[in-house]
Every structure is written in structure tokens, then in C-alpha cells.
Design a protein around this ligand. Structure first.
Ligand code: FPP
Ligand code: MG
Length: 349
């Protein structure tokens, strides 16, 4: 597992240099054709005879989403594709599979979290009910397993099987630790790897396996995905503290409200002083579930360095993920993978 101790490095406030593209669409431009193929697959290949299922599929995939995992799978596949080799349909299916697992896990997650909104629109469980959402999540997992069978690579089957286990075990660990004020960094990082980074890593190194790349390249791309996934989850945890509900498309402060203690809060809890004691009490007494208590906890975290320290931790993982790319030959795909790190660390939604 990667280390969590931060270095003195801080986030570059201007990650995009002059003349270089800004924004996600410019970063993913080198794989825009492949992304269009993924979208087409999601729109046409998942059609079900049942119009209700088709309506639900439409709601899930038309709700947007940044398709970050799709971009990672396609860029890493392209960056390790042998010269002149035609880009295989298998890599498109790999990206579809990664997005399907992501979408399915969010549909189930919204049931677990009793979430009413995601990406600014009503969740399946809110608009219909939990039973519909559980079955829809299962249907998406089933579609993902069909994709896996089409890829016909036992190593990739094992990788994605592990991801499914990791997702469940991350959620279970999070549930088990609700409202716990014990500072357990390893547990927090392991949960973040299981919940998020594991799927990033599957997408980042499976394409290299399909391209018969040597072990060191496969291993480095796996680490790239793991480190980037940690950055993604840390930024998610940060935005829950600093963002507004309008920006997030879901209520802010939700993690604390549901007793999920993330990095910004852990940095305060580990102080062992009156500030950490105040936060501890707000969590232990469940005051964080009330409007005032939640606001008080958020303010404690914001005003006592929880945000800045988390930003530093993010910057450390971002640096590590960029270092992992050193094994790749120069290409526009490698450049995009590097810029994706800057995009994820500076994202606000
Ligand atoms: C979002 O977390 C949720 C995840 C990253 C993964 C959730 C995984 C499961 C529910 C298990 C999936 C089930 C199977 C069978 C593999 P969050 O609640 O922190 O983020 P949010 O604010 O976007 O909801
Ligand atoms: Mg959730």
C-alpha cells in the first residue's frame, strides 16, 4: 500500500501551463472517438425489452457524470498500444465495463445512504424505491459481467472480481466505523482504496495487460490508478467539507452528518487538544447530525487546518501518480494522463 504521510509539496495553483488545454474535454480529446464509442455502447447495447428498464438505464447514463474512469481506461490502453496496432474493440468494452461497475455501485450506494439526489437529479431509490434501485444496480453488475466475458482474459476477470469485493468491503468498513473518533489513518486509506482507488487501478492497468505489456509497465500503471484514485477520494472528502450543496448536486456536510469521518476531520481529531475534543464531542453525541452541530463541526475543521492538511496529502498522492507514468513512452496519451491528475486535484464538483 502507498504511504499516507504528506511531503512539504503543495498543490500547484496553476497546473495548466500557458497555451496548454484547460478543462476535461481538452484532456480527453486524444481518445474522443473511443469515448463516443463507449457512449454509444451504453446507449444502444444495454437496451432491454422492458421499457421500464430502458427508462431507468436512460436516467442513469443520461444524468451525466464525468466519465473519468472511462478516460483513464482508454488513455492507459492507448498509451500502451503497440504502434500501428488497430485499437481493439476489447479496450472499448473494458472502459464500458469500468463505467458499468461504477454506475451500479452508485445506485446501490444511494440506497445505503438513503440519498435523494445525485448529480443534481433524483436518485432511483427516491424517485421509485429501494427495491427498484437494488435490482437496477444488480442488472448493471450483470451487464458488466457480460462485458468481462467478452474480453475473454482470465487475469482481467480476476482483477474486476477483486474490485467487486473491494467495493463491498470498503462500504462495510465505512459502516462499521460510523461515528468513531479513533484516528485510524491506515483504516481510512484502506477504505478509500477499496471504495474508489481499486476500480481506478483496474481501469488503469487492465488495458496494458490486454496489450501484453511487460510486468513493470503493468505494475506502474496499476500504481498510477491507485494513487489517482486516492486523490479522487480525498478531493471528494474535501469537497464535502468545503463545497456548497449547489456545486455538489447533493447536500454538503453529508459525510459528517452520516458519521463518516474523513481526512479533514481526522487531521483535527489527531491534535489531542481542546479543538479535537470539541469535534470529538460533536461526533460522539451525534450533534453532527443536526444542522447547528454539523455547521459547528464544519467550521472547526475549516478554521483549524483540516482543509489545508488534506490538500497537502492530496498533492503527495498526485505527485506519486505522475511519477508512475515514467515507464510510458512520450505520447499525447501520456500527457493527458498527467494532466488528468491536475484536473482531478483541482476539481470543484
Ligand atoms: C460512493 O461513496 C460509493 C462508492 C465509491 C462505492 C459504493 C459501493 C457499494 C455500495 C458496494 C457495491 C456493491 C457490489 C455488489 C459490488 P460516497 O457515499 O462516499 O459518495 P457519494 O457522496 O458520491 O455518495
Ligand atoms: Mg453515498
Amino acid at each position: 500500500m502507498t504511504t499516507y504521510k504528506s511531503t512539504s509539496k503543495t498543490i500547484d495553483p496553476n497546473p495548466e501551463r500557458e497555451g496548454e488545454p484547460t478543462g476535461l474535454s481538452a484532456i480527453i480529446e486524444p481518445v474522443s472517438k473511443e469515448i463516443a464509442a463507449v457512449e454509444q455502447y451504453l446507449e444502444t447495447n444495454l437496451i432491454d425489452d422492458n421499457p421500464f428498464v430502458s427508462e431507468l438505464l436512460g436516467q442513469i447514463f443520461k444524468a451525466g457524470g464525468k466519465r473519468i474512469r472511462v478516460a483513464i481506461a482508454l488513455l492507459c490502453s492507448r498509451a500502451t498500444n503497440k504502434k500501428d496496432a488497430e485499437f481493439s474493440r476489447l479496450h472499448i468494452i473494458l472502459a464500458v465495463l469500468t463505467e458499468l461497475i461504477h454506475a451500479a455501485s452508485l445506485v446501490h450506494d444511494d440506497v445505503i445512504d438513503t440519498a435523494a439526489t445525485r448529480r443534481g437529479q433524483e436518485t432511483i431509490n427516491k424517485r421509485w424505491n429501494d427495491r427498484v434501485a437494488v435490482l437496477m444496480g444488480d442488472l448493471l453488475f450483470a451487464q458488466a459481467s457480460i462485458c468481462l466475458s467478452r474480453i475473454m482474459n482470465p487475469v482481467v476477470v480476476g482483477i474486476y472480481g477483486q474490485v467487486l469485493g473491494d467495493l463491498c468491503s470498503g462500504e462495510l468498513r465505512q459502516m462499521r466505523n460510523q461515528f468513531s473518533t479513533v484516528v485510524d489513518w491506515d483504516g481510512y486509506l484502506q477504505k478509500s482504496i477499496n471504495k474508489t482507488a481499486s476500480l481506478f487501478a483496474a481501469g488503469s492497468h487492465s488495458g496494458a495487460i490486454l496489450n501484453s505489456q511487460p510486468d513493470n509497465v503493468v505494475a506502474s500503471l496499476k500504481s498510477y490508478g491507485l494513487n489517482l484514485g486516492l486523490v479522487f477520494q480525498l478531493v471528494d472528502d474535501l469537497l464535502d467539507i468545503t463545497g456548497t450543496s449547489a456545486e455538489l448536486g447533493k447536500p454538503a456536510g453529508g459525510d459528517l452528518r452520516s458519521g463518516v469521518i474523513t481526512a479533514p476531520a481526522l487531521f483535527i481529531l489527531e491534535r489531542n487538544d481542546s479543538i479535537s475534543e470539541q469535534l470529538k464531542q460533536l461526533i460522539k453525541t451525534r450533534a453532527v447530525t443536526t444542522e447547528e452541530g454539523n455547521a459547528e463541526a464544519l467550521s472547526l475543521i475549516r478554521t483549524h487546518g483540516g482543509v489545508e492538511k488534506t490538500v497537502e496529502l492530496c498533492a503527495n498522492y498526485a505527485r506519486l501518480s505522475k511519477e508512475n507514468l515514467v515507464v510510458l513512452p512520450s505520447s499525447q496519451f501520456k500527457d493527458s494522463l498527467e494532466k488528468l491528475v491536475d484536473f482531478i486535484i483541482t476539481r470543484t464538483t
